[in-house]
Design a protein around this ligand. Structure first.
Ligand code: SF4
Length: 235
């Protein structure tokens, strides 16, 4: 089954409906700076370091690569493999699909009662609102597919938080389960609105502004500013 939205598109849509539409219909127009690419790489390195704590983890991306629509079925297969067993299953990049939204969870730890502990890994040194919004979508989708015992964000604890909670290493782990559970209705409403945006055939005419820079520098600024220049030339 194919998906309409992903976590990255949802986050894009929270920033700007035009950016969401472009992500779906004209992704080739995106331009990332060298610094943005380096940040992606740093994020991946931090994520790999956390995953190395689970030596028996099964990495779905190694098996399925970019075929992301295959991830949910394979995830379900692996989670259902050992019902009643005392063995625990740990999956990396486990896929879940609900309400036309596909999410891939960084680390999914299946407990012996079948419930899941989810870890979403972020390389930033603070627990930002964007991380919380990102986690809220993941929790919404996954909890409609499986019983979630806990949902935690793992971030870079070099600021000392880690020392306080005794997790060890640079990883600060914060359980947000209660907070995320309360977000369900708002997430459902956002998804409904975003599905209408991506199904539209015409690009929204959202003007540029401060929202183009926060929380992320939008990769479509060149495209949108070009439109502004053309309008000023011919308007
Ligand atoms: S540059 Fe600004 S207006 Fe254009 S898609 Fe990005 S956020 Fe939206």
């Amino acid at each position: 089954m194919t998906h309409l939205l992903s976590k990255s598109k949802y986050i894009r849509g929270l920033q700007c409906e035009r950016a969401l539409w472009l992500d779906v219909h004209e992704p080739r127009l995106a331009r990332y700076t060298a610094e943005q690419m380096r940040r992606f790489d740093r994020g991946r390195d931090f994520e790999y370091a956390f995953k190395s704590r689970f030596p028996d983890g099964i990495d779905l991306s190694a098996e399925l690569g970019r075929n992301v629509d295959l991830y949910p079925a394979r995830t379900a297969e692996l989670l259902d493999l050992r019902p009643g067993s005392t063995a625990k299953t740990v999956l990396f990049e486990a896929g879940f699909l609900y309400d036309d939204v596909l999410v891939l969870a960084d680390v999914v730890h299946q407990n012996t009662d079948g419930t899941l502990d989810i870890y979403e890994v972020k390389s930033g040194t603070t627990l930002s609102d964007t991380y919380r919004r990102d986690a809220a979508l993941q929790h919404y989708v996954i909890s409609h597919c499986r019983r979630v015992n806990s949902f935690s964000i793992v971030y870079n604890g070099l600021d000392g938080v880690n020392g306080a909670n005794g997790q060890g290493g640079p990883f600060a782990i914060v359980d947000l389960t209660a907070e995320l559970t309360a977000e369900g209705d708002r997430i459902a409403a956002n998804i409904a609105e975003m599905k209408t945006i991506v199904r539209a055939t015409a690009e929204p005419d959202t003007p540029t502004g401060q929202h183009c820079l926060t929380p992320y520098a939008c990769p479509y600024q060149h495209h949108c500013q070009q439109g502004v220049r053309q309008l000023s030339l011919f308007g």
